[in-house]
Design a protein around this ligand. Sequence first.
Ligand code: F6P
Length: 514
Amino acid sequence: MKNYKQTAAFDRLQSLWEQSPDLLMLNRDAARNQQLTLETSNFLLDLTKTHLTPAFLDAYEQMLRELDLEAQIEDLFSGRKVNNTERRPALHTALRSDDDIFVDGQNIRPQIRETFERIRTLAGRLYQGRLTGITGKPLRYVVNIGIGGSYLGPLTVTAALKEQARIPVAFLSNVDDEHLQDVFRRFPPEETLYAVVSKSFTTPETLMNARHVQNHFKRQYGTEAIAKHFVAVTAHPGKAEAFGIAHANIFPMWDFVGGRYSLWSAAGISIALSLGYDVFARLLAGARLADADFRRLPLTQNPARLLAAVTFLYNNLAGYGIETYIPYRQRLQYLPLYLQQLIMESNGKSVQRDGRPSAGPTSPVVFGDTGTNAQHSFFQQLHQGTQEVPVFFLGYVRSATGALENRRFLLANLLAQAESLAFGRRHDEPHKHFPGNRPSVTWLWDALTPENLGYMLAVFEHKTFVESVLWNINAFDQFGVELGKINARKFDEHLKNRSGDTEIERFITRKMEE
Ligand code: F6P
């Protein structure tokens, strides 16, 4: 398969970028601005403060055609083994679809439906107070024990939609013992349901944390407490059972769903348990709509494809290699963390699907924080630093509290930042000069509903996929995390046996023993 540099459209795109007027000039063209503003019934996507133009989008569309994007999308949705290195499909879209989909000749729809039904039943029993712990008290809290994709999606969603929360939820991810202590202190274990979420059920952080919690129950109440307080979500139910989780409490996820794409599966159990199954279903419905739009809408109305054009422009033509995501919504504080994993773990690779070196830059470095907080920390660099950083702003017109004055000021800040970055300000004193011509996208929504959130997250998944097509990357493996895992085991042995022969290991051993 080709990469972007092997297309005929690439030269044209490059020369369009090289000859591009600055943002001030571009924004004088009302017809262009109109074409670069996409409005639907619940959002407005403003691309006017980027260097995109209708001519650029024409050439970009030509490039996507040359790369056979449509065929690659159909391969993704229909369950072809797009994860070529692990010979697996990547069927996160199947989780939110109603269609029959076959993997190795087997229709996977019934197992998905059955799993969701079980989650719905569990959530119902929890709300009715019919789930009781070992002391007979009803379970009133949920703790998700998992890391990476078994944590960041549910964390982001439950925080974003906390208005809907029926059951408080906490997340235990880090193997740091203080994290464990903090979560333990927050919710009384006797009234808590623990969901151990691990696709592989081998992740040491997750197993270590789960083991600590299990030991607490075993010490206090004996092993029969485990069945009352633990459920597991995994693609390896045998391992969960061997770990002591009751067979009836194990929910499947599947190898055809990647970890960072798994919040839509049983790995999103904490969403369904905390916010309600109906909210989980609404999230999925939003994502389903994004899936349909991604497949059918023309480029100029297709958010995922347009947003990928922005990343391509600044990452591959301008060579910035970085981008930032700034939600003007405190409840979306975890979105940048979620996007970091989605984008960087998917596309942070240096080889193409067939193992050849990549043709150019792949995943940008991704970071972010909420506005206005970020304005008071790193925005200095965005406005006047030497490294250009494209910004993806996210805003919401309506809030859950209806405090209009705050909301207005929050949005005024978002608009002000986009304008200041794009158009700058001339000043004779160099320190007070703002160069402008710094790109940003503003994606403004009416409200942060489950449907809108599901739609947005799915669009970011598809944006990431389009980029992987441009770069000819397998977005669904993550071999880059393996070496560190192996070395962690080695160093753990050294530290345990005091056999490390470096200064730094000796320092740790000494301090641990003091
Ligand atoms: O270390 C990376 C990773 O493999 C992620 O891809 C994954 O989301 C995370 O670890 C957790 O994996 P698991 O769900 O198997 O515990």
